[in-house]
Design a protein around this ligand. Structure first.
Ligand code: UDP
Ligand code: MG
Length: 141
């Protein structure tokens, strides 16, 4: 399985606040190339599938309603060691615990509305990108 791809979502609040431009700028500055990208709005079914691993968590219902509350931008990004480097760049799930200079520290409003998603493994990245993109939309070298 390839290790140079990750999947991201610029979440509803970050998009609404016009942080998309600054966030993409930081992706690029950190060496991530955009391989696929679209503006979309998740429905409940898609959000449930995407966050299936969290189905039993107390925050699940709130997370579904948040992630379907407005448009998001989904993207596949490419860089060597993509998963770990991207997770380091976005910072901890809770922005209160995220390091200075991380995207979540800079752009998140709360633990739920934490600006950006980043895949946690190569397997997750493959699963997540296939939820949002067709084979034809993925132009990999
Ligand atoms: N989340 C939440 N409350 C929590 C933990 C997570 O609302 O206590 C939300 C948050 O938006 C997070 C997402 O659920 O990004 C997925 O949680 P996960 O633990 O996978 O965090 P991540 O991998 O996004 O850092
Ligand atoms: Mg996660």
């Amino acid at each position: 399985m390839r290790t140079d791809l990750t999947f991201t979502i610029v979440k509803p609040t970050a998009f609404e606040k016009n942080y998309l431009g600054p966030i993409i700028e930081i992706f690029n500055r950190n060496g991530f190339k955009i391989k696929a990208m679209k503006l979309t709005r998740m429905n409940r079914e898609k959000a449930k599938e995407f966050y299936a691993e969290h189905e039993t968590k107390p925050f699940f219902e709130s997370l579904l309603s948040y992630m379907t509350s407005g448009p998001v931008v989904v993207a596949v990004l490419q860089k060597e060691n993509a998963i770990a480097d991207f997770r380091e760049m976005i910072g901890a799930t809770d922005p209160a615990k995220a390091q200075f200079g991380t995207l979540r520290k800079m752009f998140a409003d709360s633990k739920e509305a934490n600006a950006v998603h980043g895949s946690d493994s190569n397997e997750s990245a493959q699963r997540e990108m296939s939820i949002f993109f067709t084979e034809e939309e993925l132009f990999f070298d």
